[in-house]
Write a protein that binds this ligand. Structure first.
Ligand SMILES: [Ca+2]
Ligand SMILES: [Ca+2]
Length: 466
């Protein structure tokens, strides 16, 4: 009887447009310590095929590419996969196929640009291209090729995408097994390329009129920018010398003349003559470093300020600490094993780490439920409930918040409006005095903006809902 009533209640809520109550926590697959924090690992989604990219989207969903050509949104609360688009002309072969994604606000309000990079076949030859789609009103359309006809083969295709804070786009390319091309700034292979979001070449690029931002790369497949602006990349070495590099405009990263550090006599000579930037760290034997992200959330204090790296061959999550200069990695610590090849990684606004496995890519030993998206989280973490001191027009606490947040106004306001990152109004309230409580139970976990409107104008603050 109770069960029937409960289902009926849920159905009414769903029909009224409310989100269903948070689901029971997924069963823990394993746990591990990070300092005094216990990190719990669970599976968000199973039965995927070679997860290549994972992003946290402005709609508070995960955005995922699978190498065969499917792009989906994944509900981080339920794990439900919502397919968005299957690219009709992807050629998946060897390491090639649908690779990286990037997502950023488009000039039209509420509209987003989705950048995708993938391999395709043109007159019998394997190529690679960068395509921009528009995402608006829940649908993807208007594909525009920004860069195409890039040489490719079954291996060494890169390719990660990253929109930088300055509003330009980086794209990594592999050497496509044509090693000398990595040293030629006339070739698009073995590079990190930088474009404006319309595909034109930024006037601030290091080589006038060229998309080449850095060169001398073998096969970079991880790319991240820190809040301080510094850019880092992971790169697959041959049978030795996988690398983490700090990416600096115009620099030569050595391949194929230099593997890892400039430590052999011929390498030292080449490096001195060619302004080669040495890696920050290397691995021999190799670990096949792939997805790279930056963790700086209080939920897992022991990871704050570190790079997190997924590895394919090693099947590990690695924490790479950075010193103040950002030029040294003092420690490398391994976490997680037993989940196979780890390729895609991102961090949510709540400080959870999402990892996509790649066990069906032809080089793994897939379990029955592979591939999966794993969630790594501190389940004991509760956002600070202390009131933050701020000189702003209003304060929010707690923030991050779960069920409620309190708005403390400095001056009377006629309305409070909560919007998601697509600009959609998800909640409104009329404060009776200088204090109001916002009920957040109907909102998805993620990032929002709270706007207070009063006689003196607007004020906006970011709110994270957990
Ligand atoms: Ca190098
Ligand atoms: Ca070397």
């Amino acid at each position: 009887m109770m069960k029937t009533l409960r289902i009926a209640t849920l159905a009414v809520l769903a029909g009224a447009g409310y989100q269903l109550p948070a689901q029971a926590q997924a069963p823990a697959l394993t746990t591990f310590p990070v300092g005094s924090t216990t990190v719990t690992v669970s599976a968000l989604t199973s039965n995927l095929t070679t997860v290549w990219e994972l992003l946290w989207g402005p709609d508070n969903y995960l955005w995922m590419s699978e190498r065969g050509g499917r792009i989906s949104r994944v509900d981080p609360a339920s794990g439900q996969v919502l397919p968005l688009l299957t690219l009709p002309d992807v050629t998946q072969t060897g390491e090639s196929g649908l690779l990286g994604l990037a997502l950023t606000a488009a000039p039209t309000t509420g509209s987003y640009w989705l950048f995708v990079v993938y391999n395709y076949t043109d007159q019998g030859a394997l190529k690679e291209k960068l395509v921009r789609y528009t995402y608006a009103n829940g649908a993807v359309g208007s594909p525009t090729v920004l860069l195409g006809n890039i040489n490719a083969t079954t291996t060494h295709s890169g390719s990660r995408l990253l929109v930088l804070a300055d509003g330009t786009l980086l794209m990594t390319t592999g050497d496509a097994q044509q090693q000398p091309q990595a040293q030629s700034t006339a070739s698009l292979n073995g590079k990190i390329l930088r474009l404006n979001l319309d595909g034109t070449i930024p006037t601030s690029n290091p080589i006038a009129g060229s998309p080449v931002f850095t060169y001398g790369h073998r096969n970079p497949q991880g790319l991240v920018q820190l809040p301080n602006g510094r850019i880092y990349s992971s790169e697959h070495g041959p049978n030795n010398d996988d690398e983490i590099n700090r990416i600096e405009a115009g620099r030569n990263y050595g391949w194929p003349n230099v593997e890892g550090y400039c430590d052999l006599p011929a390498e030292a000579t080449f490096c001195a003559a060619n302004n080669v930037r040495e890696p920050l760290t290397t691995w021999t034997p190799t670990v096949a470093p792939a997805g790279l992200t930056y963790y700086d959330h209080p939920a897992i204090p022991g990871w704050r300020g570190s790079l997190l790296l997924g590895t394919l061959g090693g099947g590990r999550l690695m924490q790479l600490t950075l010193d103040a200069s950002g030029l040294t990695i003092p420690t490398r610590t391994n976490f997680l094993s037993g989940f196979g090849r780890l390729r895609a990684i991102c961090v949510s606004p709540q400080g959870k780490v999402y990892i996509g496995t790649s066990n069906r890519d032809g080089r793994g030993l897939p379990a029955a439920t592979d591939d999966r998206i794993l969630v790594l989280e501190n389940r004991a973490y509760v956002g600070s409930a202390t009131r933050a001191a701020a000189a702003a027009a209003f304060e929010l606490y707690p923030n991050p918040a779960r069920r409620q947040t309190v708005v403390q106004l400095a001056a009377p306001a006629s309305s409070l409006t909560v919007r998601d990152l697509l600009g959609r109004v998800v909640l409104t309230a009329q404060p009776a005095g200088l204090r109001a409580t916002l009920e957040l139970a109907g909102l998805r976990a993620g990032t929002y903006f709270v706007q207070a409107t009063g006689p003196a104008g607007h004020a906006t603050r970011k709110l994270v809902v957990e």
